[in-house]
Write a protein that binds this ligand. Sequence first.
Ligand code: AMP
Length: 472
Amino acid sequence: MTYSVIPTPSSTQTPAAFPASIPLPAPVAGSIPNPAPVAGAGFAAFNLAAPLTRALAEENYTRPTPIQLATIPVAMSGRDVVGIAQTGTGKTAAFALPILHRLAGDRRRVLPGETRVLVLSPTRELSGQILDSFRAYGRHLRPAAALAIGGVPIHGQRRAVAHGIEILVATPGRLLDLVDCRALRLDRVEVLVLDEADRMLDMGFIRDIRRIVALTPPSRQTLFFSATMPREIADLAGQMLRDPARVAVTPVASTAERVSQRVIHVERAAKPQTLAGLLEAAPQRLTLVFTRTKHGADKVVRYLNRGGLAAEAIHGNKSQNQRERVLAGFRAGRIKTLVATDIAARGIDVDGIGLVVNYDLPNIPESYVHRIGRTARAGATGEAVSLCSGEERAFLRDIEKLIRQNIPASGRPQVAPAGAHPQAVPAGARPYQGPPRGNGRPSRGGFHRGQRQGEGRRQGGGQGYRGRQASF
Ligand code: AMP
């Protein structure tokens, strides 16, 4: 089977079609997703419904990104699509626009308790952002659209689907809650989207997804997106999709090209002051600070606040309301500094982040690439600063190996305390224990209960991003 790989003008890779029987190449380490538009091709060529073209003009989208260019025409033709694309490539519009176009041409009545379009995403945040995108592109169509996510009372969501709905964006657990309490049926779903399928697998949702897919009719159109294609995801796609068009976007620039990176060697105890210094140097810059643990995020925020620096934390212990409020404040620029754990930052799509600080270096090198990719979005440039203590130097070496470059450093490299192991987890961090056993289902409702959805997953798992790639 072959993927159409869409080259981009500044690609550092040589794109090629991948023959059926060889594994897909591993995702390119150290690359930053980039929605760089393709020169010469405008949205007009797609013949999207006029209300959509109008909305795109209002969004100042003039040129489709590579994934949009590849996906929109095939999806508009009704064909299934499997896409390898990361967040930041413009993939949301790639599936949202054909769906909205379909709805624009056929506003049929939806039966009570049914949805025409179902979008599954791994996290509440990402689900919210997908719904926002549907609302933005569909602002002149006003589709009946709602969220089904955990962490908020289910009653409102039951009400939202009671009269039938056109677009439902959901995390798998809450969606099944709605099905199980007979508030929702999926037997008339016309389009099913799976977004970030690899993350859903990571987070233990695979059984839920299989169950959900089985509840939808075989006649549906399926649009399937994943940043990577491990064997389980390839198998799932193989079972779910009918003769899909396969698209993959090659990353367009390496981290070195887009993000200016540096490391400050510093004792662990001096990290708070160092961070405060970085923030004070550019108080107007939107800054995302990563800590390894929720507790660590709160501690950093308290330290900054005590010193008169406004900052907020976002992590799985915060209520949905708090998280939404903080995220909205950050997006609007009212909150300049956001301190987050990797999991809470997943899917946070905020343009204009000028600085990413790795307060704790991630022990999973790929997380470094994801983190620094939060800056330099949509073609902008950004800065990433990593604070490296003695016990984190092994993590730094792993990162440099992965991105194949040495990150310029200042400060004196610290010596790891006696007994520190390269994979040592700083105090307070609890390694992820793997998905729950029992019936194999994660706890419902996102990461506010029991299982911390995927937080810390991939630690030494060996089956993560670069683990097992498969063709299908
Ligand atoms: P996504 O990969 O869907 O999360 O999109 C990444 C970012 O690119 C979002 O901020 C989108 O609003 C933006 N974006 C998507 N498509 C385009 C486009 N064709 N032109 C300009 N910006 C875009």
